[in-house]
Ligand binder design. Structure first.
Ligand code: CMC
Length: 444
């Protein structure tokens, strides 16, 4: 067990703003106002029910702050994304995935020795226990890689009982090791699920390779042919992972925090996050975008029929829209350019990129999309990059999961360090009122 750096704890910046007043049934109640470091305001309703008897109803949590967090800041109106204060554009241009992972998990950019120590820790954690092969053999060949990834991330914890005690203090003692293990081994599990699915022999990791190269080796090397990516491929994949590293309280991260709030260990919490990511409205969107673009291409449509179908509610323009961004998702801008750069470097063209560009410009000038402030999100161009690298569509959301691992880990850590209460929302019951039990022979 080694400690790399201490993690900061979230802080409540309460500026002296007047209380908010809520009036119900003619009675007024005052609630304090919380202000974030970027000026985001919230009415602190933690005592709402105990003082008024009412709860807040906010299906989908569009207006609910579920936590205080120091990790990631988004201004959806302005299209701003920052990790620990550092703008995503600067990270994309000057950082790497592992350096960004360190920033997200430990709260500051690492100096050289810290980064080297972090890299070494991840490199030394690469090998999977040999028994994992048996776990893989237990899955039918039809298994989706996301189902395998989620199960195996939880199974991984079984090999490290000292890190998965569900005793917060103990699990926190091993946090650095557990974080490095997950960031490292998620690649092996991902690559093994691909090899299994394709009926190919598994590749052992190589300690001489860096993070992304090692993953690509495990994915694509053959016993008779070592895979050597071009620097542009490595760089594009590193950028893809970096841009997915965290995104505050999205569906999967909230799931990780929810599970963590009950005291569950990091491995179990991340495994739940992977399941949450799988759906097409969240991380599954990257695969759905490529299928959509392929269908448009195969049907001979230039995109205009599809736009009409999306407007009429018959189809959904996947990779468009976002709960928080009401402006361009900055990650989509960066990925759109990166997709073009990668294709050029490989001397390839992709008709799907042309269709994506046409859909984007049609949507951005169409009243339906403009009115609803629907812009391309991170998933719109990312699949073009993954496809150009040769990653199968069934693995796209797995790639998202590899990238999101630092964010899940950092969020688990915040909960484990600071959260004293289990996450437990309430509901408004709309079912039948008290109904007496009817014996079986009297039921119609
Ligand atoms: N295509 C067509 N119409 C859309 C789209 C879309 N992609 N997204 C939203 N709308 C419409 C929606 O029908 C609604 O219209 P109306 O007001 O007439 O009912 C309006 O825009 C508001 O949409 P919403 O569904 O209330 O928005 P939301 O915040 O609940 O959902 C979303 C956000 C991302 C789930 C949604 O925009 C969507 O389904 N997008 C496509 C799937 C996608 O790309 N998901 C990836 C999200 S980003 C990465 C990640 O988190 O994993």
């Amino acid at each position: 067990m080694t400690t790399i750096a201490a993690s900061p704890e979230p802080t409540i910046e309460t500026k002296a703003l007047p209380n908010a007043t809520i009036t119900v049934e003619g009675k007024s109640y005052e609630f304090p106002v919380i202000v974030g470091t970027e000026g985001e305001k919230a009415i602190d309703t933690r005592n709402l029910r105990s003082t008024t008897g009412y709860i807040a109803f906010d299906e989908g949590f569009g207006n609910t702050g579920s936590c205080l967090s120091d990790i990631t800041y988004i201004d959806g109106e302005k299209g701003i994304l920052r990790h620990r204060g550092v703008p995503i554009e600067q990270l994309a241009e000057r950082s790497t995935f592992l350096c960004t992972a360190y920033l997200i998990i430990y709260g500051k950019l690492p100096n050289r020795p810290q980064l080297e120590a972090f890299r070494d820790k991840i490199r030394n954690a690469t090998a999977l226990h040999e028994d994992f092969r048996h776990h893989f053999q237990g899955f039918p060949p039809s298994s989706h890689p996301m189902a395998i990834l989620s199960s195996m991330s939880n199974a991984l914890g079984c090999y490290y009982p000292e890190m998965t005690s569900n005793d917060r203090e103990r699990d926190l003692e091993y946090f650095d090791d557990a974080a490095a293990l997950l960031i490292s081994k998620v690649r092996n599990i991902a690559a093994m699920s691909h090899r299994m699915h394709a009926g190919l022999p598994y590749n052992y990791p190589r300690k001489d390779l860096r993070y992304v190269e090692n993953f690509l080796h495990m994915m694509f090397s053959e016993p008779y042919d070592d895979y050597e990516p071009t620097p542009e491929v490595t760089q594009a994949l590193d950028l893809f992972l970096l841009l997915h590293a965290d995104h505050e309280q999205n569906c999967s991260t909230s799931t990780v925090r929810m599970v963590a709030s009950g005291g569950a260990n990091l491995f179990a919490s991340v495994s739940a996050g992977i399941c949450a990511l799988w759906g097409p409205l969240h991380g599954g969107a990257n695969a759905a975008v490529i299928r959509m673009l392929q269908d448009i291409h195969d049907s001979g449509d230039d995109g205009s029929k599809f736009i009409e179908a999306a407007k009429s509610g018959k189809a959904r323009l996947m990779g468009f829209g976002h709960r928080v961004y009401k402006n361009y998702d900055p990650r989509a801008k960066i990925l759109g350019k990166a997709a073009e750069r990668l294709l050029n470097s490989l001397g390839k063209t992709d008709a799907l990129l042309d269709i994506a560009r046409r859909l984007e410009s049609a949507a951005l000038s169409d009243e339906y999309f403009v009115e609803r402030k629907l812009y391309p999100n991170v998933d719109f161009y990312s699949g073009i990059i993954l496809k150009a690298i040769g990653i199968p569509v069934s693995m796209f959301t797995v790639m998202f999961a590899i990238g999101r691992m630092p964010g899940w880990i950092a969020n688990w850590h915040e909960v484990a360090l600071n959260n004293k209460r289990i996450y437990r929302p309430r509901q408004i019951f709309t079912g039948p009122v008290k109904t007496d039990y009817v014996p079986i022979d009297q039921r119609c």
